[in-house]
Design a protein around this ligand. Structure first.
Ligand code: TXA
Ligand code: MG
Length: 295
């Protein structure tokens, strides 16, 4: 049985016993375990059916606490942390030995982040360990942005979901790393590349080979085949196609088969509904989904 509630002390107690708890963050819900407890971390990989070569993000209450787990925060990292933490930014930094290799898939670096969610912040203050947490979805599926998304897919496999309501950002954290003196954005997310470049200068997008499996093409895949491209209602099989549009509504296509992310063209708002919209269209059992590229 999976319980949904807002009892932080209960979540802390379960995690201390090596069990898993789904936690709210501003980006997406995470599937959390004590990052220092290997059997607990192993259970994350089992429940998600996640390959072991895909490393986990370690969450802490603040930069000071995370300093216990990384060798140091170079200037670029401290600058970004000061501006964006708590918030949708993950930094990849050289790890200390205390972080199990299982968490980092054997890499010498660990990805760390301070999430912005009052309940999860309180939880991170109550426990004396950091939380390893990937997004709380089965591997390869769309990330969850509400407790019911988590319940739908992981219900019965975890004891508790900490209910922090809907995620405000709704897409994952931006992941930033350094290699040979260059800053790389390994995964695009809640903090824009422009916001990062304003503080640390030009960055490379993607980059460090093989280091970011989270950027796999199929990372956010729906079960219904989804194609990205311009929407031309004349060529669409209107009865069997789901439409994911940025601003425009298509009168030729049944209303119940389309989602308009933001009629007023607000990119942040559109992002925050994106994963929920993908799930919604996926559940309609249509032949395919057509998604319009948005800015
Ligand atoms: O917004 C988020 O970041 C959410 C919430 C729960 O915090 N978490 C999340 O975790 O998206 P996950 O496991 O779905 O994606 C983590 C990705 C990995 O797939 C990998 O690409 C990257 O983080 N990563 C983790 N450790 C890394 C490392 N040491 N070097 C490079 N990339 C790493
Ligand atoms: Mg994920």
């Amino acid at each position: 049985m999976t319980e949904v509630g807002n009892d932080v002390a209960k979540a802390a107690e379960l995690l201390s016993r090596g069990l898993l708890v789904a936690i709210p963050t501003e980006t997406v819900y995470g599937l959390a375990a004590n990052a220092l407890n290997e059997p607990a971390v192993l259970r994350i990989f089992e429940v998600k059916a996640r390959p072991r070569f895909d490393p986990l993000i370690v969450h802490g209450a603040d930069q000071d606490r995370l300093s216990t787990y990384v060798k140091d925060f170079p200037n670029w990292a401290s600058t970004l942390a000061a501006r964006f933490w708590p918030g949708p930014l993950t930094l990849v930094l050289p790890k200390k030995d205390i972080i199990p290799d299982l968490v980092t898939s054997g890499l010498s670096t660990v990805a760390v982040r301070v999430p912005l969610s009052p309940l999860t912040h309180e939880l991170l203050l109550q426990v004396d360990f950091p939380l390893a947490a990937p997004s709380a979805n089965p591997f390869g599926y769309v990330s969850p942005t509400t407790p019911s998304h988590v319940l739908d897919q992981l219900g019965g496999h975890i004891p508790y979901i900490l209910n922090g309501g809907e995620c405000s950002v709704g897409i994952e954290s931006t992941i930033v790393a350094e290699e040979s003196g260059k800053i790389h954005v390994l995964r695009l997310g809640g903090v824009s590349v422009e916001e990062i470049e304003a503080l640390v200068g030009p960055v490379t997008i993607g980059g460090i080979e093989g280091s970011a499996p989270g950027t796999l093409k199929h990372h956010y895949a729906t079960r219904t085949p989804l194609t990205l491209g311009p929407i031309d209602p004349l060529t669409v099989d209107t009865q069997r196609t789901g439409i994911l549009s940025f601003q425009k509504r298509y009168p030729e296509i049944p209303l119940e088969h389309q989602v308009v992310l933001s009629p007023e063209g607000d990119l942040r708002k559109a992002s925050s509904y994106l994963f929920a919209a993908m799930r919604h269209l996926d559940a309609l059992g249509l032949r395919k989904i057509l998604a319009e590229p948005f800015p």
